[in-house]
Ligand binder design. Sequence first.
Ligand code: ADP
Ligand code: MG
Length: 321
Amino acid sequence: MSESEFDIIRKYFTDIGQTPEALILGVGDDAAIISSPADQELLIAMDTFNPGVHFPEPTSAYDIGYKALAVNLSDIAAMGGEPKWFTLALALPELEHNWLQEFRRGLSALADRYHLKLIGGDTTKGPLSITIQIAGYAPPHQAIKRSGAQVGDKLYITGTLGDAAVGLELCQQGADKYLSYQQDLIDRLNRPTPRIEVGRALRTIATACIDISDGLAGDLKHLLVASQVGAKLETGSLPISRSLQQQIPVRDEQIQKALYYGDDYELCFTAPANRADDIAAIHLQTGCQISLIGDITPQSTVLIELDSENKITNEGFNHFT
Ligand code: ADP
Ligand code: MG
């Protein structure tokens, strides 16, 4: 992006987040330098964020920055990791200083909140696209994989489900003004809360964990396949927010949103039945709602126990369909 690329980097991307102890050299050289602690394992994840696919076109620059980092943090949360640093590959169609300033503010809000540092990246000209690579640490053998669920374990979910899907519908319909519960739903779409504290607390408790990006039904399936088990899910226990209930009063439609629509970024995890007290303690300690929604079974299926007449099918959201 020519010589002004360096000005952009210096102005907007040299000073985001807090410096982790391990950082030796950040933005400005050919590569960043990190010293890796001997007593930790390194976790690395990456997510790309494109307009029209990962966020609706009119999303504000602040929210684009915020959410691009939030979805990456959510992957580290799902592994029980401690986020430390990230890199940013940014393709921009043009130089818009207001946009860059707001994008930077959104990124910084979360980077400060979770004490992680932007240590490098790449800036190019092209259709808007944001790729973040994130890294964090976990003590050896404590990162939570998708593959550890055992028959007899209980199945849990953090937060509430379906809010982002309804927020997206509201954005797509467009309106001059939203009621406060509608704004809550839109905020859940644009500013998901990565469940870092819960993930960290689950390290020695959960047997498997996944974050819900493409809908509970689809993402739960990934966890079950990796663990080679099945699940029985009770729709009556699915956590639905007051805001969603106000927007969509029909229970059956709430359940559809909760099961089959994406962008919730909640953690779905399994734990032995005798850890229920520990999970209640995590709820108290973090303030994050945690709901028991089912059981792990030996059958390789998801049995959905309905609480009302229902015509649900069995697929999560898929980018290619
Ligand atoms: P090179 O050409 O050697 O790859 P660049 O000119 O791409 O280097 O980048 C110069 C420095 O700026 C590097 O330290 C790189 O990590 C950093 N950088 C480039 N773009 C970004 C960005 N969007 N966010 C953070 N750091 C960036
Ligand atoms: Mg170089």
